[in-house]
Design a protein around this ligand. Sequence first.
Ligand SMILES: [Zn+2]
Length: 60
Amino acid sequence: MATPTPAPRNLPPQLCPPQLKGRCAKCMAECHQYGFGGNPLCQEHQAEVAALQKPKRPVG
Ligand SMILES: [Zn+2]
């Protein structure tokens, strides 16, 4: 039985098929931009954006 491959949301460029590669909208680094799990931002900038979107207010 084949183990289902976990679907990565975004691949590092070295693991990404060339046809799915693109350039990060922020830093123009190669990233997995197209296809399933692709993102217009590189992993670094995705993390940055995700961090900005989290509420940073201290609890209490
Ligand atoms: Zn970037």
